[in-house]
Design a protein around this ligand. Structure first.
Ligand code: ADP
Ligand code: LRH
Length: 486
């Protein structure tokens, strides 16, 4: 067949989707087969992912994907948010629902870890930014639990779903790099870090590279989904951000920064080698692993989570109308630090944003439109700081900023980001993670070439929108000084 069909399972923190990618020698078409909400559950022991509901969404999605290609999928790939995992017992059974990275169990854990392994040494060894939810801190937080004592295997979320689909276990590298147990220079486990913290690396299944075979759909999965076997599962960049960055439509000679915007904004550069300097650690930049030996050098910014949580508190008003109203509110009246861990936990978001403005002596936004404007201005400002800091710390200047992910649908955010950065912004694709997922599968099956070839195909086939910066970067600089003092 000239055109092949790949299913990309892409699980974000706010929704899961199964997309069908049809790839031909010079074509790439993505269709949404199924989308389902990802609703974390608060149970007495804390905040948990409803992993069986997600698995049900995956199976429904694969069935729907089959309807697009006469039940014949060439392969399936899975990516999801990073860091979280399920534990299996000696029989291979899941021990409880995976803990959500926003759960409070990691509060105060980093300080304990640093008493054994100083933050400077940990950064030099792993290149990972401090985030309370890195798998390493989660495992230390879980240290004396029954569940961990009984665990024989740890599978990161995409690897767990892949195991349920195929019966085969592995640990995909790009996502493994978010555990803080990988050395970004060797792209292998850091035995030293694990042993100093008493973490048993034997819990992890062997590493897989993006593009490696990851089994075939089990007979009962074929029956449940109506797909015609055999259907191989292919390891992709299983960290959603790895897949999204692989799908940044940058031309070969382009010097670019990227911002993957969704629940989070991940803003930074693609590098050939990690930056492990003390200055980089102080600026909280991370070195996650990408496709083909690349490094995702970026900063985590709270992202549209801030808006999602407000919208939830306001009873889910229509987003389009809210953004139109926000566009009418005067710019940069108040800004908050969109990188601040204080916004990590769910709940009371409009109040927390108002409190942050009050505490910093700025006008307090009150209406939903004012609060939304404050969030978007603050995100654009955080994008500017991350793009500037990354260029300086990695000594790699850029001429353009690519925005990919759900936030590309927010034209105001894209324009404000262009204004704040003083650089043109190219927005799209919206479903970048799913496209990166599809392209790695297609490549593993010999249909596309290397990363630059994948990107050329994206440029030729995907709709992109360009935003030019509207002068006046001084106002953004002034807002940045107001917020950070420099
Ligand atoms: P994730 O993968 O983290 O779940 P997405 O990439 O799907 O996130 O992005 C979700 C975000 O996209 C939402 O929080 C919302 O702010 C934004 N978004 C989705 N649809 C629209 C829309 N029609 N207009 C503006 N923004 C939108
Ligand atoms: C985005 C993401 C991000 C991680 C966070 C936990 O979905 O994978 O790259 O830092 O979730």
């Amino acid at each position: 067949r000239a055109v092949h069909a790949y299913a990309a399972v892409d699980l974000g923190a706010s929704s899961g989707r199964v997309m069908v990618g049809r790839v031909g020698p010079d074509s790439l078409e993505l269709t949404e087969a199924h989308r389902f909400p990802n609703r974390p559950m608060r149970v007495p022991e804390g905040l948990r992912w409803d992993i069986l509901a997600l698995y049900a969404g995956v199976l429904d999605g694969l069935r729907a994907a089959g309807a697009h290609c006469d039940g014949r999928l060439d392969s399936v790939g899975i990516d999801s948010w990073a860091v979280d995992y399920g534990l299996l017992d000696a029989d291979g059974a899941l021990l409880g629902n995976p803990v959500h990275y926003r759960d409070s169990r990691t509060e105060g854990i980093a300080e304990k870890v640093w008493a054994t392994l100083p933050a400077e040494e940990l950064y030099a060894a792993t290149g990972l930014q401090y985030a309370p939810f890195n798998t390493l801190y989660q495992l230390v937080a879980a240290r004396s639990t029954d569940q961990l004592a009984h665990a024989r295997r740890l599978l990161l979320v995409p690897d767990l779903l892949s195991y349920w689909l195929t019966g085969e276990q592995g640990t995909e590298l790009t996502n493994a790099s978010t555990t803080q147990l990988i050395d970004p220079r060797t792209r292998d486990w850091s035995h030293e870090v694990a042993s100093r913290l008493g973490i048993d690396l034997g819990l992890f299944a062997p590493l897989r590279q993006p593009g490696d075979p990851a089994g075939v759909l089990r007979a009962d999965v074929l029956e449940e989904t109506g797909l015609k076997g055999p259907v191989p599962v292919t390891a992709v960049g299983s960290h959603d951000t790895a897949s999204a960055v692989a799908a940044v439509p940058a031309g070969g000679s382009q010097r670019f920064a990227y911002i993957s915007t969704g629940t989070w904004s991940l803003a930074g550069l693609e590098l050939a080698a990690p930056v492990l300097t003390e200055e980089s650690r102080a600026a909280n930049f991370t070195n996650e692993l990408g496709l083909d030996g690349t490094v995702r050098y970026l900063r985590n910014i709270m992202g549209l989570w801030l808006l999602q949580e407000c919208v939830r508190a306001w009873g889910e008003p229509e987003l389009g109308a809210l953004l139109l109203d926000a566009a009418e509110v005067p710019a940069l009246r108040s800004v908050v630090d969109a990188g601040d861990e204080a916004f990590l936990a769910p709940g009371r978001m409009p109040e927390r944003i108002a409190e942050a403005c009050r505490a910093s002596g700025q006008p307090v936004p009150a209406s939903p439109a004012e609060i939304t404007r404050c969030i978007l201005d603050s995100l654009a400002l955080a994008h500017r700081r991350a793009v500037e800091d990354a260029q300086r710390l990695a000594d790699q200047p850029v001429d353009v900023v690519h925005i990919v992910g759900g936030g590309t649908r927010n034209a105001l955010l894209c324009q404000l980001t262009a204004d704040a950065c003083g650089l043109p912004v190219v927005a799209g694709p919206t479903e970048a993670a799913a496209l990166g997922n599809v392209l790695v599968q297609a490549r593993a099956h010999g249909l596309v070439g290397d990363l630059p070839a994948m990107r050329r195909l994206l440029i030729r086939t995907q709709p992109l929108t360009r935003y030019e910066p509207r002068g006046d970067t001084a106002r953004w600089h002034e807002a940045q000084v107001r917020l950070t003092g420099r």
